[in-house]
Design a protein around this ligand. Structure first.
Ligand code: NAD
Ligand code: IPM
Ligand code: MN
Length: 362
């Protein structure tokens, strides 16, 4: 039996993971699979209960499971905590502990949501891209990373460090995954300024001949931010370092209409993958049964597909989401003027009701 560790976290995290678990349970019942779920603490919830955002128990439980489903961490309550006790440190810690270096963030546009995007429908309608964000290196983890007293008083330093092996493995992932798509990789960097980006670009050029069927282009990150809005359809696989990927994916979410639509999968070379929405704990709507659970649902679909090889079940969830949207069901973040607004729970119920009878891949 497949074991899924659920890390609900903070804010809207518990609200959306609850619905995602109900959805996975429904697919299990419908298509004859068996899953067990175990719940562990992470983030602010873990700080409150155990005094640390990532208890060892949580790491051990994740390691022993087949896949991990995470909600979100963070919130104003813990914003004054010292760095190691911030909820976000729990998320960074579990990614690092499980060596989840590749974060896949697909941007899929649902035709019935074309008008929900602040970008014009004719621009977003053909967008279909996969952002591959390096997840365990770069500015997030380089050292020194500290506050200290120096010649000019208080100073702070973060370090953008990458070694060639780290760059190579994420670029290889991009080349390999592009073969299941349109075989076009855009590597995004800031090679006109940063030494780490120049190493990144050289590494990409060195690897490219090994993937002669894939076309590689380089793009500077500031231009990429602009191109994502000007013409998102030009991209297929976009691969980039940790911080650039964090920022560009939130930007890209607007192509779909809402940050509440974007799923992600974090995977390493071995061990369980971690699946989570791209969005955060949304403190402004937490506890109000208003959050859009669809990013969590698509993350659950990615879990079934990548960790359990259940492409049919994953496609069934995606199909149910599409039907739900086609039928006009909307949470507040994607609702147009005058459209009926559903709660998180009502949206969950709708998607479950639209699961197809059979889980098959087209
Ligand atoms: P956020 O993603 O939580 O929210 C940004 C905006 O998007 C808010 O207006 C929010 O209401 C909206 N939104 C987000 N998800 C939504 C959903 N599913 N449905 C409807 N609306 C949604 O970003 P933020 O406000 O900058 O950060 C809040 C906290 O979340 C911070 O503590 C931050 O560190 C944390 N965070 C966590 C993660 C994660 O756990 N993966 C990701 C990003 C931010
Ligand atoms: C994300 C989040 C995290 C990140 C934070 C909460 C540490 O923004 O998953 O995109 O920056 O990686
Ligand atoms: Mn982010």
């Amino acid at each position: 039996m497949k074991k899924i560790t659920v890390l609900p976290g903070d804010g809207i995290g518990p609200e959306i993971t609850r619905e995602a678990v109900l959805l996975i349970e429904e697919t299990a019942e419908k298509y004859g699979n068996e899953f067990t779920f175990q719940y562990e603490d992470i983030g602010g919830a873990a700080v409150d209960k155990h005094g640390t955002p990532l208890p060892q128990h949580t790491v051990d439980a994740c390691r022993e499971s087949d896949a991990i489903l995470l909600g979100a961490v963070g919130g104003p309550k813990w914003d004054k905590e010292e760095a190691s006790r911030r909820p976000e440190a729990g998320l960074l810690g579990i990614r690092k502990a499980l060596k989840l270096f590749a974060n896949l963030r697909p941007i899929n546009v649902y035709p019935s949501l074309l008008d929900s995007s602040p970008v014009r429908p004719e621009i977003v309608k053909n967008a279909d891209l996969l952002i591959i964000r390096e997840l365990t290196g770069g500015l997030y983890f380089g050292t020194p990373r500290e506050r200290r007293t120096g010649k000019y008083g208080t100073e702070a330093v973060d370090t953008l460090y990458y070694n060639e092996a780290e760059i190579e493995r994420i670029l290889r992932k991009a080349f390999e995954l592009s073969r299941f798509r349109s075989k076009k990789v855009t590597s995004v960097d800031k090679a006109n300024v940063l030494e780490s980006s120049r190493l990144w670009r050289e590494t990409a050029d060195r690897l490219a001949p090994e993937y002669p069927d894939v076309s590689l282009e380089h793009m500077l990150v500031d231009n990429a931010a602009m191109q994502l809005i000007r013409d998102p359809a030009q991209f297929d696989v976009m691969v980039t370092e940790n911080m650039f990927g964090d920022i560009l994916s939130d930007e890209a979410s607007m192509i779909t209409g809402s940050l509440g639509m974007l799923p992600s999968a974090s995977i390493g070379s071995e061990g369980p993958g971690l699946y989570e929405p791209v969005h955060g704990s949304a403190p402004d709507i937490a506890g109000e049964n208003k959050a859009n659970p669809l990013a969590a649902f698509s993350s659950a679909a990615m879990l079934l597909k990548y960790s359990f090889n259940m492409a049919g079940e994953a496609a069934a969830i995606e199909k149910a989401i599409k039907t739900t949207l086609d039928q006009g069901y909307r949470t507040q973040d994607i609702a147009g003027k005058g459209e009926k607004v559903l709660s998180t729970k009502e949206m969950g119920k709708a998607v479950r009701s639209f699961l197809p009878e059979h889980a098959t891949v087209k």
